[in-house]
Write a protein that binds this ligand. Sequence first.
Ligand SMILES: Cc1cc2nc3c(=O)[nH]c(=O)nc-3n(C[C@H](O)[C@H](O)[C@H](O)COP(=O)(O)OP(=O)(O)OC[C@H]3O[C@@H](n4cnc5c(N)ncnc54)[C@H](O)[C@@H]3O)c2cc1C
Length: 265
Amino acid sequence: MHQENSTIRFNNQVGNGYYKIGITCGPEYSAAVPGQFVTLKIAGRMDPLLRRPFSIHRLVKRGEQVDGLEILYRVVGGFTGQLSEMGENEPLDLLGPLGHGFSVSNTVKGPLFVAGGIGVAPIVFLAETLQDRGADLSGAFVFMGGKTASDILCEGDFARLGMGAAITTEDGSKGEKGLVTILLDAYLETQKPDVIYACGPHGMLHAVADMAAARQIRCEVSIETVMACGLGVCMGCATKTKDFPGGYRHICKHGPVFDASVVVF
Ligand SMILES: Cc1cc2nc3c(=O)[nH]c(=O)nc-3n(C[C@H](O)[C@H](O)[C@H](O)COP(=O)(O)OP(=O)(O)OC[C@H]3O[C@@H](n4cnc5c(N)ncnc54)[C@H](O)[C@@H]3O)c2cc1C
């Protein structure tokens, strides 16, 4: 973990309320794994007081050296609103990489990814990393769900990896109408992936974890919750688990990625 002064390289709107920002980072990030996150603060501003957490969406290399990262974010409140108005060469206070990420193994075959809304951000990094490390992505599939068509992002990234994709929206404006978990349930009636990786709203993760458990499929979930310190100090993001003395773990330190079988949803 490292705190540094970062500089914005670009900050582009990529959808209705969604932005992709590219920022500089130190070489420490070459060891970052998908599912890990950073916290950001706008230097010199006291409002909001607390740093805000964001998943690493992609690492950027210059030659062999990592020197930047990308974050995909949705504008929901004060910090993300301010961030969306910032531009090239402006400074950001960056802390990371933080947390425990997805397990990335080159022996994985045909993994299944489930992304709800902005939960797609770390899933792209995960799929790209698995491919870089030689995992077999033929037969890999991504399920993406959103409230409406504009919540479906990164389709092109998965297509470039040669992956199949299934899309659902709650209002039917893109893909099948309904929840992504309904389509997933039907898919799992005939397919048994090695592993399911999921990131999205809590209810979606709960449903995916239950489906995986019922079919004895290994499943890892990234839990994104409101978080204060991001360092495992303040207890603000404690979540109940089955495998830890006292029953609670910190999402920021022991997660955000957990084996779904240990999480008490
Ligand atoms: C580990 C982790 C990774 C994350 N990765 C991303 C990412 O890649 N891209 C992205 O856009 N967001 C991500 N988030 C969520 C992001 O941190 C929040 O959207 C951000 O902190 C909101 O700050 P704000 O000041 O703009 O909004 P606030 O004014 O703090 O909040 C506005 C509204 O959003 C709600 N909210 C705040 N945080 C969350 C949250 N985590 N989940 C659900 N609702 C929330 C608040 O309850 C409030 O209703 C992540 C969160 C965590 C914990």
